[in-house]
Design a protein around this ligand. Structure first.
Ligand SMILES: [Mg+2]
Length: 161
């Protein structure tokens, strides 16, 4: 078993990744109803992450301001939710690339700054251009192309060191 000790972090957005853009805002009462995530998108994601024991998932989404982690987890199949470790901290100061800063803060908080990570987001501009990110098309969500990109990243990261 090589490098089974190394964690690989996935910082995961939800809207535009597991909820397609044209479905956003379809639910009527925002406070009470947790939006339903797209089953096909989650399946593509689960197919990849379940192949890597070392994957730890951290939610990096505005969902974390609206819902408890347990509720967010309950939207995912067990094979994925068991890998969801937490949510990124909310910034106290503005940052140019706020999601990226939240990722850095999370890694620092958990003493994991030396671990490989990749972000999944439909908005590339949340991150500086030189960081690993799988950008989804918000109208397609996490599709085959995104799955292939994530797989390539995890494969490379798991054979490094
Ligand atoms: Mg998004």
């Amino acid at each position: 078993m090589k490098n089974s000790h190394t964690d690989m972090y996935i910082f995961l957005d939800i809207d535009g990744v597991f909820i397609k853009e044209d479905k956003l805002g379809e639910q009527t009462s925002l406070d009470e109803d947790v939006p339903t995530i797209d089953a096909a998108c989650v399946e593509h994601f689960a197919d990849i992450v379940t192949q890597y024991e070392q994957v730890k998932i951290v939610i990096s989404s505005s969902w974390q301001e609206a819902f408890d982690l347990s509720i967010i987890k309950s939207r995912f199949p067990d094979s994925v939710s068991c890998k969801i470790e937490g949510v990124t901290p909310i910034l106290t100061e503005p940052a140019e690339f706020f999601r990226h800063q939240e990722v850095l803060d999370y890694l620092a908080m958990t003493q994991a700054t030396d671990q490989p990570w990749v972000a999944i987001d439909d908005i590339a501009e949340h991150y500086p251009p030189d960081v690993p990110i799988v950008v989804t098309n918000p109208y397609e969500g996490f599709d085959r192309i995104a799955a292939l990109r994530l797989h390539n990243f995890l494969k490379a990261a798991s054979t490094k060191n």
